[in-house]
Write a protein that binds this ligand. Structure first.
Ligand code: AMP
Ligand code: ZN
Length: 463
């Protein structure tokens, strides 16, 4: 049974699509004013895992991801300059050039990380009319009001406001910053549309003069256009819970009076060296920067897969090194299996498959699923295990078919020799060199050569 954790109900719930075998899913995409950093990319890997698990279970997906190329201000709560406008000013390029440049790099990054592209990619600037229509409808229904600088959603008209984050309105008002915009009726009222001054580059005609849409209305207008008034899954990073997604719910449900999204799913943040990622600390790495340091993008994907998506993940280069080494071992073992001729019993293979499916169906427990794979590769070298791994790779997306060349056939050692090698390693660890030498002599006597290398002892049979 497939279960996902639903932020809205704070529970793991059985997932069944509203509409038979087609899952409708909306994912908040990037604001394309800069390179995506590894934290952002962790969130897109999480969204990809949702898609892959659904497909593994036989579902088809109608997925929509937005590209925010207007309206996302420096603070999510409608403060500051538009991020696109700021980048445009700083880089002396038009916002459209900025958007195209960073969107292209974003899609290249997704490809490098084996992240599947959603079926529909929707750019905010291609949906201005839909957003204007939505704001008109909210005004007509009495949920919005006009001020001198824009149109705002009146959260007092939507008593459910805050249900996703569990924050009561009173807490929010008490904790709110000093308000700059005195025309707002409540501190948490948010902009649906902003009136633009003549210097603002991106602006469109509207019933309220020239202006540009708010960030939150973008996701409501586009999700409803492509997926309807109610759809299965909405995903995003945890930072979106308290403002962006609360606002989306308010916009969606004000008009319909009913639940708009069945499952809200959120990916936890990535930290760097135990702290927040920030430009000023110089720790917002991009995939290209990891590649420059000699890591493959799949090393990074593998690193992310080792943590559950609802747990914070601390990025360090030591951690990435460990992931790289573990992945190399995995790939080497799989190369051995590909060429292997041992036969694995069907019930054993079925058990691995069952354990794997149970793990991924339990709220995408990929770390546990990886454990199943690592258990399976301990089996005698068998092509059956290689095929099993390829099956698992439909969820993992680790390019397990792109195997390293193995220079020599892996050797199956008799149990007796393996035991002696382990005993000798133990003796060496305890600095009991006399015992270690005695064991070496025994191994030689049994017809094997033992060689100490930096990767441990290597044993080969004497021909
Ligand atoms: P943005 O382009 O700023 O809208 O962010 C794109 C996505 O990355 C959003 O879904 C954010 O929730 C997510 N995100 C931002 N910072 C991090 C982080 N440190 N770790 C994980 N996800 C993040
Ligand atoms: Zn969104």
């Amino acid at each position: 049974m497939l279960k996902f954790y639903n932020t809205l109900t704070r529970n793991k719930q059985e997932f069944t699509p509203l509409n038979g075998k087609i899952v409708t899913m909306y994912s908040c995409g990037p604001t394309v004013y800069n390179y995506a950093h590894i934290g952002n990319l962790r969130t897109y890997i999480f969204m990809d895992l949702i898609r892959r698990v659904l497909k593994y279970d036989g579902y088809k997906i109608k997925g929509v991801m937005n590209i925010t190329d207007v309206g996302h201000l420096m603070a999510d709560s409608d403060d500051g300059e538009d991020k696109m406008q700021k980048a445009s000013r700083e880089q002396q390029k038009s916002p459209y050039e900025i958007a195209e440049f960073y969107s292209n790099i974003f899609f290249t990054d997704l490809k490098k990380l084996n992240i599947g592209k959603p079926e529909i990619i929707a750019k905010a600037t291609d949906h201005i009319q839909e957003m204007i229509d939505y704001v008109v409808a909210l005004l007509d229904a009495g949920y919005a009001y006009e001020t001198s600088d824009g149109i705002y959603f009146d959260i007092a008209k939507f008593p459910k406001y805050g249900s996703l984050s569990g924050k009561k309105r009173d807490d929010q008002v008490a904790g709110a910053r000093v308000e700059v915009n005195t025309e707002k009726r409540n501190p948490d009222d948010f902009a649906l549309w902003k009136k633009a001054d003549p210097l603002h580059i991106m602006q469109w005609e509207s019933p309220w003069g020239m202006g540009f849409p708010g960030w939150h209305i973008e996701c409501s207008a586009m999700s409803q256009k492509y997926l309807g008034k109610v759809f299965d899954i909405h995903s995003g990073g945890v930072d979106h819970i308290p403002i962006h997604h609360e606002n989306e719910i308010a916009q969606n449900e004000a008009l319909t009076g009913a639940k708009s999204v069945e499952f809200w799913m959120h990916g936890e943040f990535m930290l760097v060296d135990g702290g927040k990622m920030s430009k000023s600390l110089g720790n917002t790495y991009t995939i290209a920067q990891l590649e420059e340091r000699g890591y493959s993008p799949i090393d990074f994907r593998f690193f992310c897969l080792n943590a559950h998506y609802r747990k914070k993940l601390n990025f360090t280069f030591d951690g990435l090194d460990a992931a790289k080494v573990a992945r190399e071992r995995l790939m080497l073992a799989l190369a051995g299996h590909k060429a292997g001729s041992a036969k694995i019993a069907q019930d054993k293979l079925d058990k691995y498959k069952e354990d794997f499916a149970n793990a991924v169906n339990d709220d995408i427990n990929v770390p546990l699923a990886l454990g199943v794979l690592f258990q399976a590769i301990k089996e005698p070298k068998s092509n059956d295990i290689y095929k099993l791994a390829l099956e698992f790779d439909k969820v993992l997306g680790l390019s397990l078919d792109v195997l390293p060349e193995i220079k020599e056939e892996p050797i199956e050692l008799p149990e007796e020799i393996v035991a002696l090698v382990n005993e000798r390693a133990e003796a060496k660890k305890n600095r009991d060199f006399a015992k270690a030498d005695a064991i070496r002599a025994k191994i030689t006597e049994l017809g094997y050569t033992i060689l100490d290398t930096k990767d441990g002892a290597k044993v080969t049979p004497n021909k």
